[in-house]
Design a protein around this ligand. Structure first.
Ligand SMILES: C[S@@+](CC[C@H](N)C(=O)[O-])C[C@H]1O[C@@H](n2cnc3c(N)ncnc32)[C@H](O)[C@@H]1O
Length: 229
């Protein structure tokens, strides 16, 4: 994948993918988007702050930003967290380190250890790879996301962070959303930055309770939260 580093409006960095013609995060602020759309809106922030364990599934590991921020909060609150993430092409440690995300972490050693783990995997890893840091467990399911076994009633939250529905259609299909619905626990929440009407209708038709809620400060006006009832 040909990637170019770009600054975003809150001062944090992102990557532009030529293959998808999009950035990995909002150009209005990568860290701001991640904390609001994924950690906060999904209920993960509230769970960890109340010392409730969190089990999270992410669609698209990318730079790992959502993982680093979630894990940093789990470490701060001393709460166990399991984070399963789907990714077809794991970025090198050099690319991740170049983004400087450790500057915003209370536990920057998390990122240093992750990069050592990444280096040990070699250039193009596949299969299931597990990284552990204190009470944080990361399971990377490497390969085509739609082919992974995601199980039933396992996750409190799903971070749907694929590229846009137009560019990355297989990760927004009815078949894939059905898998995500089964993988969520009842009451679990899937959140995403896209509020496209077609996506809202698809989620509703599968039985999710769908809400448009305010987006991050300085970012998109609205975002989507879908709850498994
Ligand atoms: C928008 S980026 C994810 C951003 C990421 N969450 C972060 O914080 O950096 C989307 C990711 O999905 C991955 N991806 C796209 N299509 C995929 C597929 N069919 N299977 C697995 N991974 C896929 C891309 O390689 C990319 O890393």
């Amino acid at each position: 994948m040909s990637l170019k580093q770009e600054p975003t409006a809150d001062g944090s960095q992102t990557l532009y993918s030529e293959r998808y013609g999009q950035t990995f995060h909002s150009d209005k602020g990568a860290v701001t988007e991640s904390k609001h759309v994924f950690l906060w809106a999904s209920g993960v922030t509230a769970r960890l702050e109340r010392s409730l364990t969190a089990s999270i599934l992410e669609v698209g590991f990318g730079t790992g930003l959502n993982f680093f921020l979630s894990a940093d909060l789990a470490l701060k609150t001393e709460t166990p967290m399991t984070f399963v993430s789907l990714e077809q092409s794991l970025l090198s440690s050099e690319t991740v380190q170049g983004l400087g995300y450790e500057e915003g972490l209370e536990h920057p050693e998390l990122l240093t250890d992750y990069c050592q783990f990444r280096d040990a995997l070699g250039p193009e890893p596949g299969g299931k790879q597990v990284f552990k840091f204190k009470d944080v467990r990361l399971e990377l399911l490497l390969g085509e996301a739609t082919e992974q076994n995601l199980g039933e009633n396992r996750f409190d939250a799903i971070y749907q962070d694929a590229f846009s529905p137009d560019a990355n259609a297989e990760l927004w299909s009815e078949t894939f959303f059905t898998k995500l619905l089964h993988a969520l626990k009842p009451g679990g929440k899937l959140t995403t930055y896209s509020v496209k009407g077609e996506i809202r209708r698809r989620l509703k038709s599968l039985g999710f309770e769908v809400e448009k809620i305010p987006g991050p400060v300085g970012g998109k006006r609205e975002m989507l939260r879908a709850t498994k009832v």
